[in-house]
Write a protein that binds this ligand. Sequence first.
Ligand code: GAF
Length: 390
Amino acid sequence: MSESSEAVARAVAERFEELYGAAPHGVWAAPGRVNLIGEHTDYNDGFVMPFALPHTAVAAVARREDGVLRLHSADMEDGVAEFRLDDLAPESDRNWTAYPAGVVWALREAGHPVTGADLHLASTVPAGAGLSSSAALEVVVALALNDLYELGLKGWQLARLCQRAENVYVGAPVGIMDQTASACCETGHALFLDTRDLSQKQIPFDLAAEGMRLLVVDTRVKHSHSEGEYGKRRAGCEKGAALLGVDALRDVPYDGLDAALERLGDEEEVRRLVRHVVTEDQRVERVVSLLESGDTRAIGPVLVEGHASLRDDFRISCPELDLVVDTALATGALGARMTGGGFGGSAIVLAEESDVAAIAKAVEEAFAAAGFTAPRVFEAVPSAGARRVL
Ligand code: GAF
């Protein structure tokens, strides 16, 4: 653990003690993520390839035996929220507390003997930026309770429980990528994940060693208002699978795409969704094979294709995301694309180390010229997944 993350963990533990009058039983951290490639494929049983950010949600936690859950966040104005475990019910809570409380609910629903907890949370994952701040919050709570209650659950099992909390308790129809990324990613690697069975392969991804960098550009366009659009895309994909007689769009082979599109006839919107998902799965496989053969720079054009597909077929980009991609490419980037759910949030830019400063400056100037809010630009280094820190 780095000195600075140990300092953060100690500060979170001290605040816990001020709030609750006793030391926590431990401190845990779970990261946000960026997705390198494989967007909107996770609820189609397809492939994704995220890596963990250094930014984390941190939780100081103590067990309780009296059926009470108390929650506090350093990032919210409100005080300590208190719940009786027996009262936790899906979609009863529209506040941030629904994420941690939903995890406790999902653990108990699955039969795990959780009898209560006090939690203090603090996060450095930018909220609303498409970098999985919600999944980080869920996973850090799940991991802490897994350890404190000695449940013995593996990372992928915690991810499934967190997804259930978000789908059912919070009421957001998300896939499994973000929770699995937060729970299972490893330093210096991207996670090649098959979302059908959650089989995983850690792919070495050390850009600095090859003279490259990956920038994250947070457009500051909040994506949270777009949940309805996310659900519509998901429903459209499910309709496509039903019309094609497959369990999920993952089952449409890339070399059978033209025939599938023909079968969909005049269902134009569904055709576009299907085309994105089937080609995106193939892009993930191409990126994996390029990285495995050491041809890292060649993934750039694949990222650009992915952006075009999300913009033109899936229709979830926005002017700010397109401006990042176009400006970065015009300034010499090797590749660029929006990342995450879309409708705002962040883009990623793959570039030679020597071009990074000029690209960041060009993007900032382009945003100013367009009258957009100044973006937040930072370098992303593949970091550790969820872990105990104290
Ligand atoms: C959001 C969702 F939470 C993920 O499950 C995934 O669908 C992603 O959008 C798009 O790839 O982050």
